[in-house]
Design a protein around this ligand. Structure first.
Ligand SMILES: *Cc1c(COP(=O)(O)O)cnc(C)c1O
Length: 419
């Protein structure tokens, strides 16, 4: 079946024909291609067309698709039984590996998605402090739990809230623009003794890539320390992406709690939250804060995650950053050479080329980018076999599987784009 036929059928069975809204390609005025298989840096659609991937399942596949070691680990695990609902070796092994790479995660809990991780971390912060309010940044996305769905970035649209979330549920959600430390200080000045936590993407990846300004993360750290609030780094994207030890290693700021997802599952559904022992011990059955999961610590996902983290320790992050930077800068020069305003943000193996004539430091500027120009670019790149995120306010990711030839082909495709 071709993509068009599948999409027509899918639309009768699923709202918008998809299981996650951005996949419908509305922001680029297009219809989705249906993927048949993926290997290395490539995906093939159901009609056999090959694409160089820069989405990588929105981040998890940093090693490329079907990394042989990860795939073998998952196969082996399936052969041992795919779920036990009881403790298993893989949970301990993965937790130990995470603790080694991110030492601030003294204790942790495995869950099945990033959404579950952030939702549980918020509950824990509230249970630990006995406070209800929390600070969240406009344009930061922390999954789709109710309390976070106020100005939640690209995936949930740019307007605050969504139908279905009672006002009472977000009344404790205090908003601030990303990088605006003064706005956070004002919240603490007004209600510091009621604020349980700040949750932040230490480099924001859901309104396009927005890097933290000098002093921003340190300022958040200081405020939390001063007021006895919990600092949560949502490293679902940045963990094992910006550095092996995540954004906290790269920027040298230690949060109290960290949430992980995406890469730690090696392509399987996994999330994880953890941090200071003293805080984590408030979780049941040691403490009173409840959270549970039928498939938590799933042995297949644990095996794939562990293999991924082990493989990543053999990878050269500095070299990957350098080649990503070179690619992103050359792409930007090509687009700028066509008279299209473009602003580049890049860190590690992630970048966003904003179609904008000014720097993007928060949702304000991100929301002002030229969506029509991005749609034009996206459509022409896809037609030439380059698979980019179907919205201008997303990250492009490179993987360790991309070859220099893949990058060269990508640049060639960009040279052919007309606006
Ligand atoms: C993707 C993402 C989430 C949600 O993870 P899911 O696995 O999609 O539930 C949370 N936080 C950030 C920063 C993310 O990028």
């Amino acid at each position: 079946m071709d993509s068009k036929t599948l999409y027509a059928k899918a639309q009768t069975l699923m709202p918008g024909g998809v299981n996650s809204p951005l996949r419908a390609c509305k922001y680029v005025n297009s219809e989705p291609v249906f993927i048949d298989r993926a290997e290395g840096a490539y995906m093939w659609d159901v009609e056999g067309r090959q694409y160089i991937d820069y989405v990588f399942s929105w981040g998890p596949m940093i090693l490329g698709h079907q990394d042989p070691v990860v795939t073998e680990a998952a196969h082996k695990a399936v052969d041992m039984g795919s779920s036990y609902g009881a403790p298993c070796f893989g949970e301990v092994a993965l937790a130990e590996e995470i603790n080694k790479l991110i030492p601030s995660m003294e204790m942790m809990r495995m869950v099945s998605s990033g959404t579950e991780a952030t939702m549980s971390a918020l509950r824990l912060a509230r249970g630990y402090t006995g406070r209800n309010k929390f600070v969240k940044f406009i344009g930061n996305y922390h999954g789709h739990a109710d309390a976070f769905l106020a100005a939640a970035g690209s995936a949930a649209g740019v307007t605050p809230g969504t139908p279905g979330v009672p006002e009472e549920v977000v009344q404790h959600t205090l908003l601030a623009q990303y990088n605006d430390l003064d706005a956070v200080k004002a919240h603490f000045k007004e209600s510091g003794d009621e604020i349980a936590c700040i949750i932040v993407e230490p480099a924001a990846g859901n309104m396009g890539l927005v890097l933290p300004k000098e002093g921003f993360l340190q300022g958040l750290r200081d405020l939390c320390t001063e007021y006895g609030a919990v600092l949560i780094f949502d490293e679902v994207i940045t963990g094992f992406r910006l550095a092996l030890g995540g954004a906290q290693e790269r920027y040298g700021i230690t949060p109290d709690l960290t949430t992980l997802g995406k890469i730690i599952g090696g392509g399987f559904p996994v999330g994880c939250y953890g941090g200071k022992r003293e805080i984590m011990e408030h979780m049941a059955p040691v403490g009173g804060v409840f959270q549970a999961g039928t498939l938590s610590g799933n042995p297949v996902a644990m095996a794939a995650g562990l293999a991924t983290l082990q493989r990543l320790q053999e990878c050269d992050y500095a070299a990957q950053e350098a080649r990503t930077k070179a690619l992103a800068e050359e792409l930007t020069a090509i687009i700028a050479g066509k008279g299209q305003s473009v602003y580049l943000a890049q860190v590690g193996s992630a970048f966003t080329m904003y179609f904008s004539d000014k720097p993007v430091t928060s949702m304000v500027e991100s929301g002002q980018c030229d969506a029509a120009a991005y749609a034009t670019y996206w459509q022409q790149m896809l037609a030439q076999g380059v698979y980019l995120a179907p919205a201008g306010f997303e990250c492009a990711f490179t993987s360790f599987a991309h070859t220099d030839e893949d990058f060269e082909k990508t640049l060639e495709a960009a040279r052919n784009v007309t606006f």
